[in-house]
Structure formats: structure tokens, C-alpha cells
Design a protein around this ligand. Sequence first.
Ligand code: 13P
Length: 337
Amino acid sequence: MTELNKIALQILSNGKGILAADESTATMTKRLDSVKVHSDENNRLLFRQTLFSSSSMSKCIGGVILYDETIRQKTSNGKTIPELINSSGSLAGIKVDTGTKILAGSKEEKITEGLDGLRERLNDYYELGARFTKWRGVFLISEDYPSHLSINANSHALARYAALVQEAGMVPIIEPEVLMDGNHTAKDCMNKTSKVIKKCYEELDLNKVDLTGTILKPNMILPGADCSEQISNEEIAELTLECLKKNVPSEVPGIAFLSGGQNEIEATANLNEINKKNNTGFIMTYSYGRALQQSALKFWSKDINNIIGTQEIFDHRAKMCTLAAQGKWSKNLENKK
Ligand code: 13P
């Protein structure tokens, strides 16, 4: 077993998942604005440090994805944030893309940037304590999108990123996100997501990435947010498993889904169904941002010094997600706090 495979398994095994707390300062400011908390360095640290010192960290959270600001911050008792995360047996990760810009040659689609100078930045992050990384490629979906251009350009960038990350001794999370926005059906999502994932693995192969030391972070197969189609959690799970079984090489140790705008209960219920039916051989777990943090953030915003109360809310959500990652969740557990 290689060191990178060991790290990937440490993050994902035994129902553990990933807390995606890597919102850029602009995105975190939007989240804090929505609950009327002033977005400054201290408040961003306070909320995140509250989550990272919760008791569920040791049982549920195998890895935390950080943003550049956070990985350099220290807690009030002088620990670095990676040290705080490591103290519960979890690993620190870092978002290394620098965001998206309009893709030249396409009217609306985006290209993810951040390859220039990446090798040097990775060495810096390793020194700061990171052992895994994230890069998000984002794909619009409609009749014409994602275009060949967007699929090719973003998959190429994801693969070049992944190769550099492995060279630096870290596990790359490969996140090709087909967005939920639109009125497409689940079947459309399935077809387009399949194309994107297939192309990503062609590029990863070309770039000689060792798949046993990677984690895939895909969207689930869902109807668009504006589609009237009614679809059950069971059908979502079946389509998602079919898509991944067909397009992800078997060497990949695990898949950690993004929540992508699903609410907390939907994201948990769908992951649970996926695990009840999982016949793929891949670990299937979560790498949630909003679906792990939303309720905790709302509660915290009412009294930012209520650390224990905020942690209870977060611990419950993390516990529910970890049960779902083992196919052991049911809705009635939501009320037993
Ligand atoms: P969500 O779970 O809120 O979609 O965030 C996950 C993530 O890391 C998106 O890049």
C-alpha cells in the first residue's frame, strides 16, 4: 500500500467523511451575511475553530478542507489549525485552485485557475501541515453545456493539478462538479456527468496520476433545481451508482460526494440510499460544505459565544452523515438528539 493510498483510506474509512470548510473569503462573507454576522478574520476563525474542536471530529470527520486564510491561523491557545485538526485524528486538507473565470471561447462557462506557481504553493502547504488538497472544476448543464471545450479544458487542469499534488506527497481530491442549476432531468444529469467523469479519467491517465492515491468528489445524479420531475431517493441512488460504476476506474479507493445545494436531510438521505445499494467496491461517503454547516451556522449566528450549543448541532449533523455513509441512517434518528 502506498503512502498516498493510506492517507486516502484514513480520510474515508469506517463511515468517516470530509468537512469542506474551504469557502473562499468572498463565499464565507456571503454565508455570514446571510445570518447577519460580520465577516472578519476573527469571526471566520471563531466559527471554524468551533467546528474543528467538536467531539464528532474524532468519530466522524476524517479530513477537513481548509482555505488559505484558515490554514495559517492559530487558535486562542496557540495551536495552528492543522494541529487542532490532527489532535482529533483527522487530517488537514487545502483548496488549491484560485477560483473560476469565464472560459475564453465559451460565452458562459467557467475555467478553474491556479496552475501557475502551484508546485511552489504545494510545498508551502505541505510544510503548514496539509496532507490532501482540493481543486473544483465546475460545469454548467443545459442542452449545449457542458461544451467539449469546457470538458476538455477543465479535465486537463484537474489532471495537471492532481499530478503536481502527488509529486508533493499529498492526496488530490478531484472535484468535477456538474451544477444543479437548470431544468434538466436526472437522466440528463446522468449523461452529462458521465461524459465529464470519463474525460477526467482519460486526462488523469495521460498525466500518470496514481489513482490509488486520489479521491473523487462528484455531484450526485439529481434533476435540476428548476425541473418538475419527482424522483425518489432510491432512484437517485441507482442512477448515481450506475454512473460511477461505469466511469470510475476500480483503483480509485473512494468517492466523497459534494452536497451542491441539497438541504441537509436530502444530502443525508441520498447518501444513505447510495450506501444501502452500493455494489461498486468504492467507499461512498460525504465531503459536504453546506449540508454539514448550515444548521450550526444558523444557531451560532444567534450567539457567537455559544460554543457548546453550536458544537451539539454540528455533532448531530456529522453523526447523521456518518451513519448515512454506512447505510445505517433513518429519518427518525433526526429527532433523537
Ligand atoms: P457543498 O457541499 O456545499 O456543495 O460544498 C462542497 C464543496 O467543497 C464545493 O466545492
